[in-house]
Write a protein that binds this ligand. Structure first.
Ligand SMILES: [Zn+2]
Ligand SMILES: [Zn+2]
Length: 231
């Protein structure tokens, strides 16, 4: 006798229950009739389930009302297209900062800005943190600041601000010795990028203490040596 398939919630890891009901997608907010539901109320719509990392980032960032980039990043890093480590983490930081920043200003983020942020980060190869002292996640903090201040290559418009955000994020990550961890890189980039953005604006942007939501599932987690380690 063949066994019923078992599926797990990508957000909380609970076994999904086969139960047809009206569901709201935890990623994009779309309502649809679902067949598999999480006992904790999570649901992923078909379009989100099949989305690439870039598509998932766009769908989530355009829908979220969160003013906290860490919350948005944590949700996205639970999307099925996000693995433990990988280049998809490079694409994440700038869009979530742009979305949270727009929400904190009671506006909505432009789709064109999210797409521009992703385009700026998409060509960074994997592993460049070790091979050239770069990190796509940290550079994402620079891309977010560049887009917010419209700096581009024009020094008068704030090129230095983008460099400061990316450079500070890289230095923060460098302090966290040891092998690479893409979750740690994202958190370091968000923490620094958000702080620098607040400083550049002359106000303070809060996101609360970061505790890693993935410590238990990352095989080579640095545990107590990581400032974001969650026991
Ligand atoms: Zn769940
Ligand atoms: Zn969805």
């Amino acid at each position: 006798m063949s066994r019923q398939p078992v599926f797990y919630c990508s957000i909380c890891g609970q076994e999904l229950l086969e139960r047809e009901s009206a569901c709201i997608c935890s990623f994009c907010g779309k309502q649809e009739q679902g067949e598999w539901v999480c006992p904790n109320g999570h649901y992923t719509c078909e379009d989100c389930r099949l989305a690439s990392p870039a598509e998932a980032i766009e769908r989530v960032c355009l829908e979220t009302r969160s003013q906290n980039p860490r919350e948005i990043a944590d949700l996205l890093m639970r999307h099925p297209a996000f693995k433990d480590h990988g280049v998809e983490h490079h694409l994440l930081v700038a869009p979530v900062i742009l979305a949270a920043f727009a929400n904190s200003r009671q506006t909505r983020v432009d789709k064109a800005k999210i797409q521009s942020a992703i385009k700026r980060l998409v060509d960074i190869p994997i592993g460049v943190c070790g091979s050239r002292g770069d990190c796509g996640a940290c550079v994402g903090a620079g891309a977010a600041v560049s887009i917010i201040f419209g700096s581009g290559a024009n020094p008068a418009m704030g090129r230095s601000r983008a460099l400061r955000a990316a450079g500070s994020a890289l230095l923060r990550l460098a302090e966290m010795d040891g092998h690479r961890c893409c979750k740690q890189s994202v958190y370091a980039a968000l923490e620094t990028g958000w702080h620098i953005l607040g400083k550049e604006l002359g106000s303070s942007l809060e996101m609360g203490k970061i505790t890693c939501g993935f410590s238990h599932k990352i095989a080579d987690c640095k545990k107590g040596k990581c400032p974001y380690y969650n026991e």
